[in-house]
Design a protein around this ligand. Structure first.
Ligand code: WQD
Length: 326
């Protein structure tokens, strides 16, 4: 098999490339490098620089590299930005996927794995979110992921393409420092940034209906998430006509306050957080039921939250050497 990994120069994509390559699969990266970084792609993995809106380049790439499966991660992923620029998000994430699916089905590529998100659920009112929990996305970003799942499934039904949509929960950590997330838009890097600036980390609201009043999430190590892609890719290869929708989480809720306490412990800063007003649109609790992938594919996460924070901190120090000196 040769897998085309769109978005393979991104934080999650580069981990998927590494996991698939280590599992013995051939990979080719397709990335427009708008936020991806070419240095994340191993020298031996071909990198095609291009957009998923470019039908001609996609068709050429699928043919030239004899692609037999696609893992599609290339997308815009900032929830707040999607509220400001919904048409841009729909164009990139929905139209980009439609064009890609057209190329994939024309080339008769048999397997397609789509990167979806827990954002499809919106504000779930259940303790553990199963794949059957109704999807009510709260942002254009979440809408584009849900529509993406529909497109992928419809293409599969019409053409026999084997498909899977993986709903990632809160992804964190790094398999090695150079692959770490360099963005500062999620909780752990935002806490690192505050601590290394000498400022207190912020809790966005502590009056939620949760045990300590702060929001609860299901954090998943990016190395575990990448391994899940290998497992699902193999399942698609071995059972043509498959259509899977799977949560990728650990089934364990951790509060913002617990996370900040752990970050303080791992980094040795020991700086108490300050509480600021709620961030609009944040659900109180989003925790996966991780049962379906465990039952159907015998997959479960190996790493815990401590592993995520420790590896993310190693990555932060790698990308911010000044923080190590301070
Ligand atoms: C986690 C919790 C914040 C920073 C988002 C997207 C989701 C997915 C992952 C996909 C929240 C709180 C944060 C801080 C805080 N994106 N927080 N202080 O919002 O659960 O999920 O990223 O590609 O679709 O919605 O993740 O890491 O931003 O926040 O209190 O300085 O931490 O309010 O409760 P979120 P997050």
């Amino acid at each position: 098999m040769t897998w085309l990994i769109t978005g393979g120069a991104g934080y999650i994509g580069a981990h998927v490339v590494r996991a698939m390559t280590e599992a013995g699969e051939r990979t080719v990266v397709y990335d427009d490098l708008s936020t991806g970084v070419a240095e994340r792609v191993p020298a031996e993995v071909p990198l095609v620089r291009g957009s998923t809106l470019d039908a001609d380049l996609l068709a050429r790439t699928l043919a030239e590299h004899e692609i037999t499966g696609v893992v599609h991660l290339a997308a815009k992923k900032q929830v707040g930005e999607s509220v400001e620029r919904p048409l841009h998000y729909y164009h990139q994430n929905v139209e980009g996927l439609r064009v890609l699916l057209e190329a994939v089905t024309r080339a008769e590529v048999p397997s397609f794995l789509f990167s979806s998100s827990a954002a499809v659920y919106g504000m779930p009112d259940v303790d553990l979110v199963t794949e059957e929990t109704p999807c009510r996305p709260m942002s254009p970003y979440g809408e584009t992921k849900l529509i993406g799942e529909w497109l992928v499934r419809a293409a599969g039904r019409a053409t026999g393409l084997s498909t899977a949509s993986l709903r990632y929960f809160n992804v964190a950590g790094a398999a090695s420092p150079e692959l770490a997330d360099t963005g500062v838009s999620n909780l752990i890097p935002m806490v690192f940034e505050k601590l290394t600036e000498g400022a207190p980390p912020r809790i966005f609201g502590d009056d939620y209906a949760t045990p300590d009043g702060t929001c609860v999430r299901d954090y998943i190590h990016v190395a575990d998430l990448a391994e899940a892609h290998v497992t699902v890719a193999r399942a698609l290869e071995s059972s043509p006509g498959t259509d899977l929708t799977l949560n990728i989480g650990r089934g364990e809720g951790v509060s913002v306050r617990e996370m900040i306490d752990l970050v303080n412990a791992v980094t040795g800063y020991d700086r108490p957080p300050t509480v600021t007003p709620r961030r609009p649109g944040d659900p109180a609790r989003v925790v996966a039921s991780a049962d379906r992938i465990a039952t159907e594919l015998s997959w479960q996460a190996k790493y815990d939250v401590q592993d995520m924070i420790t590896s993310a901190w190693d990555g932060w120090l790698h990308h911010h050497p000044e923080a190590a000196r301070s």
